[in-house]
Design a protein around this ligand. Structure first.
Ligand SMILES: C[S@@+](CC[C@H](N)C(=O)[O-])C[C@H]1O[C@@H](n2cnc3c(N)ncnc32)[C@H](O)[C@@H]1O
Length: 251
């Protein structure tokens, strides 16, 4: 995060449950010009270029005021649509993109739980830290509250629906595989599930879900379950990431 970009302590919520409140995001985006959740593009660009071809049509879910879509555009991925539930974020995003001359990127106010797109229309759907919002106040991460399970499944069903037959869903998150797999591997999905990690010291996860490529026996590769152990040194994390994470994947 670049502090000169306008991130101020006064946008921090008192408790992490505020992240579930759409009004919190509206007020925050009215004050804040740019904040990059987790890590910026430079940390995972090598993975993006490996998985997203420049001619892909891409949907970014929960863009907030991140620069992810601009960075993708600069890497030649120009058929981009970004959505957010916050009208303020979307309006500011439109203005920012216009001022930079990125007229091809579409920004729309939309709910990830009710995606307003036709079936099978995107090659790639990507999200960074957006699905994580659904896990705030989810209770025991090994056995999340039914309301959390229902919302996460609704989101994933929408993503699966709008992906083209061999489309890819990329999810960038703190969420560790032992907590995400039960959702990603639900019987209704046809995608395969793999992941990579990035970051220094603390590992972030970069999940790659390929629609239509689920192995027929669907046996999980136990080698992949061996994820890096997370040693959470508070000083390695931005304060807000820490606040966010403590309500996600407590071990
Ligand atoms: C933790 S921020 C991540 C922002 C951005 N992706 C980034 O990496 O910096 C979560 C974002 O999800 C948006 N959001 C929350 N609920 C949403 C929903 N139901 N549909 C679409 N966006 C949502 C919020 O407005 C916010 O912009």
């Amino acid at each position: 995060m670049d502090p000169s970009d306008g991130h101020k302590c006064d946008v921090l919520p008192a408790t992490a449950s505020a992240y579930l409140d759409p009004n919190y995001w509206e007020q925050r985006f009215a004050q804040e010009e740019h904040y990059e959740w987790f890590k910026d593009y430079s940390y995972f660009r090598h993975l993006i270029v490996e998985y997203i071809k420049p001619n892909s049509s891409v949907l970014e879910i929960g863009c907030g005021n991140s620069k992810l879509c601009e960075e993708l555009y600069r890497d030649g991925i120009t058929e981009l649509t970004c959505i957010d539930l916050s009208s303020v974020a979307v309006e500011k995003m439109k203005q920012r993109l216009l001022s930079k001359g990125y007229k091809e990127i579409k920004a729309l106010e939309a709910d990830m739980l009710d995606l307003p797109f036709e079936d099978e229309c995107f090659d790639v759907v990507i999200e960074k830290g957006t699905m994580d919002v659904l896990f705030v106040d989810s209770g025991d991460p090994w056995n999340p509250e039914p309301v959390t399970v229902s919302k996460v499944m609704t989101m994933l069903e929408g993503v699966h629906r709008v992906l083209k037959p061999h489309g890819i869903f990329i999810s960038i998150t703190f969420g560790q595989p032992h907590f995400r797999r039960r959702f990603f591997n639900a019987p209704s999905f046809t995608w395969s599930v793999e992941w990579r990690t990035f970051g220094d010291g603390f590992h972030y996860f970069f999940y790659i879900l390929r629609k239509g490529e689920r192995p027929s026996d669907n046996i999980e590769n136990t080698e992949k379950i061996d994820v890096p152990s997370i040693s959470l040194f508070h000083e390695e994390l931005d304060d807000e990431d820490y606040l966010f994470r403590t309500n996600l994947d407590e071990m």
